[in-house]
Ligand binder design. Structure first.
Ligand code: HEM
Length: 500
C-alpha cells in the first residue's frame, strides 16, 4: 500500500470525529432557548395583545435570551440589560439596521427616513442632519416661544372645558391635542388647520396600531394574497394615500414660515429642511422624498410617545399624592408668584425631572424599542446568530429588573437621586429611548414639551379624581402594542390653584 493511501485510511476516524464534533456544536446552536412553537405560525400566537408583557412572562420561563419564530421570521428577544450591553459592545454595527417590511416601507416613505431606513450612508447623513439642524439642544431652545404659546392655549382650553360641564375633563384627549399642536407647529409651521392636525394625530396613532397588523407578505411570503383578502393591503393603501394628500397640501403651503423671536430667526423644521435643500455647504443633496420621510418620522415618532408620557405622568401623580405634594412644593418655591412657569425656571425643578424619569422607568412609551436586524452572522452569549435575525429588546422588562432596581414595582422618584442614572443610552438598564447608533434623537425635543406642560399644569391647577372615584378605581394597565398608552382614559377635575 502506498504511503498516501495509508495516511488517508488513518485519517478516516479523525474525519468522522470532526464531523461528530461539528454536529454537537450545531446542536448547541439549535439549543438557543426557545418556547415550543406551532407549525407554520411559530410563536406568533404567544405575543398576545400586550407583547412586552407576554415576552416578559416567556423570558421568565426560557431565559433572558430567547429565540422566537414569528411565522418565518427568526426573532431574538433580549430581556436582560447585561445581554444588551454585550450586543452593543460587540455587535453594535451588526445590529444597526432595521428589518424590511411592507409596513416599514410605507412608514419610511420607501426608506427615505431615519427611523425605519436600512443602515448605510443615506441613513447616516439624515441622522446627522436631524441631530445638527432639527433636534439639537440649541434648536430645541430656540423654539421655546412656540411651546410657551401652546402651553398658554392648553391652560385656557382646560379652564374653558372645566367651566362647561360638571367640571370633569378628559385630560388624555386634551394632552394629546396639546402635543399634536406643538409638534405639528414646530415641524410644519403654524398654518396647519385644526382638521389637518386631527388627521396628523390620527395618522400618528394609526402608525402605532398598524405596527402589529400581521402582513402575511412579511411573515409568510408565499401567502401575500391573504393580505388582499383580509383587507390589510387596503388599510395600508389608505394610510399611504392620506399621507400623500397631506403632503401635497404641506408643500402647497410650503410650510416655510420664518419668525423673528427675540431677534433670532426661528424657522420650523419644514422651513429649515427646504432651506437646506439649497445649501451648497451641506455636502449632500436633500431630496423632496427625504424631506417627506424626515417630517413623517417627527410626527409618527413624536406625537404618541410624548403625549403618552404626559398622560402616565398625570396618572402617577394622582395615584401618589405624596409625590404630587413634593412636585407642588418645589414648583411653589421656584415660581414665586409668577403667573406661568417659564423654560428658564425648569432647570431649578430637579424633583420634577426625577419624577419624569421614574414614570418612564415604569412606563416606557416604546416598551420594545424599535426592531433591529442582523446584517451578518455574529455570536451572542456563545450562540451563533445567523444573518437577518430580528432583534427585539424588552426595555420594559429592564425597568422591573430587581438586580438593578430596589423594589422595582414601587413608584419612588427619589431612587434617581441615589442612582444618578440617565436615559441617554449609557446605562443599559434604563433605555426608554434606545441605545447606540439607533438611539432616539428626539429626547431633548420631547422632554422640553413634557416638562413645560407638566410644570404649568401643576402650577395653575390642583387636580383630583371625579367624585365617587378613588385611586383604587384607577386601572394602570396598558393598552396598545408598539406605544404603551394607558388603557383607561384619564378623567380629572382641575381647580384653579390658590397660589395665584
Ligand atoms: C417620550 C418621547 C419619546 C420616546 C420614549 C422615544 C423613544 C424612541 C425609541 C425607543 C426609539 C428606537 C431606539 C432604538 O432602536 O434603539 C426611537 C427612535 C427614534 N425617535 Fe424617538 N422617542 C420619543 C420622542 C421622539 C420625538 C419627539 C422625535 C422627533 C421629533 C423622535 C424621533 C425619533 C427618530 C427619528 C428615531 C429613529 C432613530 C434611528 O433609527 O436612528 N422621537 N425613539
Amino acid at each position: 500500500m502506498n504511503p498516501t493511501m495509508l495516511v488517508a485510511i488513518l485519517m478516516i476516524p479523525f474525519f468522522f470525529l470532526l464531523l461528530a464534533r461539528r454536529k454537537v456544536i450545531s446542536q448547541k446552536e439549535a439549543l438557543l432557548p426557545s418556547p415550543p412553537r406551532l407549525p407554520f405560525i411559530g410563536n406568533l400566537h404567544q405575543l398576545g395583545s400586550i407583547p412586552h408583557r407576554s415576552l416578559y412572562k416567556l423570558s421568565k420561563q426560557h431565559g433572558p435570551l430567547m429565540l422566537l419564530h414569528l411565522g418565518s421570521v427568526r426573532t431574538l428577544v433580549v430581556s436582560s440589560p447585561k445581554i444588551v450591553e454585550e450586543v452593543i459592545r460587540n455587535n453594535d454595527l451588526v445590529f444597526a439596521t432595521r428589518p424590511m417590511s411592507k409596513l416599514l416601507d410605507a412608514m419610511s416613505n420607501n426608506k427615505n427616513d431615519i427611523a425605519f431606513a436600512q443602515y448605510g450612508e443615506s441613513w447616516r447623513q439624515m441622522k446627522k442632519l436631524a441631530r445638527t439642524h432639527l433636534l439639537s439642544s440649541q434648536k430645541v431652545k430656540s423654539m421655546s416661544f412656540d411651546r410657551a404659546e401652546e402651553v398658554s392655549l392648553l391652560l385656557e382650553n382646560i379652564a374653558n372645558e372645566t367651566s362647561r360641564g360638571n367640571g370633569v375633563i378628559c385630560l388624555t384627549e386634551i394632552l394629546n391635542s396639546y402635543v399634536t399642536n406643538v409638534i405639528t407647529r414646530l415641524v410644519l409651521g403654524s398654518w396647519v388647520t385644526r382638521e389637518k392636525k386631527a388627521l396628523l394625530s390620527k395618522l400618528s396613532h394609526e402608525s402605532s396600531t398598524l405596527f402589529y397588523e400581521v402582513f402575511f407578505e412579511d411573515f409568510f411570503p408565499n401567502l401575500k394574497w391573504l393580505d388582499v383578502l383580509r383587507g390589510s393591503d387596503r388599510k395600508l393603501e389608505n394610510y399611504k394615500k392620506n399621507w400623500d394628500t397631506l403632503f401635497e397640501e404641506i408643500i402647497k403651503n410650503h410650510g416655510h414660515e420664518s419668525k423673528e423671536v427675540n431677534g433670532k430667526n426661528n424657522t420650523y423644521f419644514m422651513g429649515t429642511l427646504l432651506d437646506l435643500q439649497h445649501d451648497s455647504t451641506l455636502g449632500v443633496v436633500l431630496t423632496n422624498d427625504q424631506i417627506r420621510g424626515l417630517t413623517m418620522n417627527m410626527i409618527i415618532a413624536g406625537i404618541d410617545t410624548t403625549s403618552t408620557t404626559l398622560d402616565w405622568c398625570m396618572a402617577e401623580l394622582i395615584r401618589n399624592p405624596e409625590v404630587m405634594k413634593k412636585v407642588h412644593d418645589e414648583l411653589r418655591k421656584v415660581a414665586r408668584g409668577e403667573d406661568m412657569i417659564s423654560e428658564e425656571l425648569l432647570g431649578q425643578l430637579s424633583y420634577l425631572k426625577i419624577f419624569i424619569k421614574e414614570v418612564i422607568r415604569l412606563h416606557p412609551p416604546a416598551p420594545l424599542l424599535l426592531p433591529r436586524e442582523s446584517l451578518q452572522e455574529c455570536q451572542i452569549q456563545g450562540y451563533n446568530i445567523p444573518k437577518k435575525t430580528r432583534l427585539v429588546i424588552n426595555a420594559w422588562a429592564f425597568g422591573r429588573d430587581e438586580s438593578y432596581w430596589e423594589a422595582p414595582e414601587q413608584f419612588k422618584p427619589e431612587r434617581f437621586f441615589d442612582y444618578t442614572v440617565d436615559y441617554k443610552g449609557k446605562d443599559f438598564y434604563f433605555i426608554p429611548f434606545g441605545v447606540c447608533r439607533r438611539i432616539c434623537p428626539g429626547m431633548d425635543f420631547s422632554m422640553a414639551i413634557i416638562e413645560i406642560a407638566l410644570a404649568n399644569l401643576l402650577h395653575r391647577f390642583d387636580w383630583s379624581l371625579p367624585s365617587g372615584i378613588t385611586i383604587e378605581d384607577m386601572d394602570m394597565d396598558e393598552g396598545g402594542e408598539v406605544i404603551s398608552f394607558r388603557k383607561q382614559k384619564l378623567e380629572l377635575v382641575p381647580t384653579a390653584s390658590k397660589v395665584n
